[in-house]
Design a protein around this ligand. Structure first.
Ligand SMILES: *Cc1c(COP(=O)(O)O)cnc(C)c1O
Length: 389
């Protein structure tokens, strides 16, 4: 069998009679039928014809097929954003009375969906720390628990959860394991290998990799994806064919990009460790990382995010950001250009101080999304800004 990277690059929309080399863009809202019978059969699900781009589209299908190959998944559905992928995976598979067990260190908007909106539909939740033991995970499962949800590495604390252990717990209790694999990407980690039933992504981040478009995708077990597809095709968070075309091209370079992001990140983390202005540096592949052993076991690289903690807290954080000359101050991550952000005042500002403390978001925490610039230029900008802070 061909290598995964070859399969991703060579999976494509069937060539049209024009014999184009690159995949064409199918910017069409609907598709035609030769006759009444063919149309009837399409609506009756008796053939695989495209009907309407809210249901399916060749560009979206190509992107989804490539993501299934990367994650080792049976099926998938692509959405307009990471949040619509996450929301769709919750709403299609849980009902009133069900319980969601989620790690407490999750993306800010995911926390809002779980804590503010799911209760409106009678779906309860409880949070568990990223460092919970197997016994603690087991104890947190109730007879109503339908799904376990987590991210690893977490955002922005970069804690590593043991996928093999949690996969075992989910299987034992017959609970769906849903993993947000946005930070690691399938190049570094494939949660399905450890027992995940579903993997969700914000394609907006590393998958696009150039800060251009929003997108999301859910891949996993066929019967679960079927439910998600039926929910999404009726409620409408479908991915635009234009965005799908861009994202699908991006997947052809994902592996080489992620290798460089990760080697730049490791260089940055190693170079900053022990700096006089810093209370600590976090990166999964630093031996000082508390879950380093788990990271080495389940990740092929450490990803592109490095976090550090300024000794002098909030004010030093502000001065640091204001002193950067090259790095961008922006809400995104996973770009060719390196980005600095201050989670406590931005992405995680809606959490209470206690909630932030529980997930390791201290006032002086800085998150760097390490780009593809030369590693020495990235380091030099951060070092000169630390001198000012
Ligand atoms: C950005 C992000 C999301 C949400 O994705 P959008 O594409 O912005 O909707 C979800 N999870 C993680 C870990 C993210 O970084």
């Amino acid at each position: 069998m061909q290598h995964r990277q070859t399969q991703v690059i060579r999976t494509r929309i069937e060539q049209t009679p024009e014999m184009e080399h690159a995949a064409p863009m199918f910017l069409t809202s609907s598709f035609c039928f030769n006759d009444a019978e063919e149309m009837r059969a399409a609506f009756a699900d008796e053939n695989d014809n495209n009907i309407y781009s809210r249901f399916s589209n060749p560009n979206v299908q190509e992107f989804t097929d490539r993501m299934c190959t990367l994650e080792g998944a049976e099926a998938g559905f692509a959405t307009a954003s990471g949040m619509s992928a996450i929301f769709g995976s919750f709403m299609a598979l849980m009902k009133q009375g069900d319980h969601l067990l989620s790690c407490n260190a999750i993306f800010g908007s995911t926390h809002t969906v779980i804590a503010k909106y799911l209760p409106k539909y009678g779906i309860s939740h409880s949070y568990i720390p990223a460092t919970a033991t197997e016994a603690e995970w087991e104890a947190a499962i109730t007879p109503q628990t339908r799904m376990i949800y987590l991210e690893t590495p977490t955002n922005p604390g970069l804690e590593i959860l043991d996928l093999e252990m949690i996969g075992r717990v989910a299987k034992k209790h017959n609970v769906i394991l849903n993993v947000d694999n946005c930070f690691a990407t399938p190049v570094a980690q494939q949660p399905i290998r450890f027992g995940a039933d579903l993997v969700v992504h914000s394609a907006t981040k590393w998958l696009d990799g150039q800060g251009r478009v929003l997108g999301g995708v859910i891949v996993g077990k066929k019967e679960l994806i079927k439910e998600i597809y039926l929910f999404c095709r009726s409620t409408g968070p479908s991915l635009s064919p234009f965005n799908a075309w861009l994202l699908s091209r991006s997947l052809e370079t994902l592996e080489v990009r992620m290798e460089r992001h990760a080697s730049n990140a490791l260089y940055l983390a190693q170079s900053l460790e022990g700096h006089a202005k810093l209370a600590g540096v976090r990166y999964p592949l630093l031996p000082t990382h508390p879950q380093h052993a788990i990271a080495v076991r389940q990740m092929q690289n450490g990803g592109g995010i490095v976090c550090f903690e300024l000794k002098d807290g909030l004010e030093a954080g502000r001065t640091f950001l204001n002193s950067l000359k090259m790095l961008s101050l922006t809400a995104n991550l996973g770009d060719t250009r390196s980005i600095a952000s201050h989670p406590a005042s931005t992405t995680h500002a809606k959490l209470t101080e206690a909630e932030r403390q529980a997930v390791n978001i201290t006032p002086g925490l800085i998150r760097i999304s390490v780009g593809l610039e030369h590693k020495e230029d990235i380091l030099a900008d951060i070092l000169q800004a630390l001198d000012q802070a």
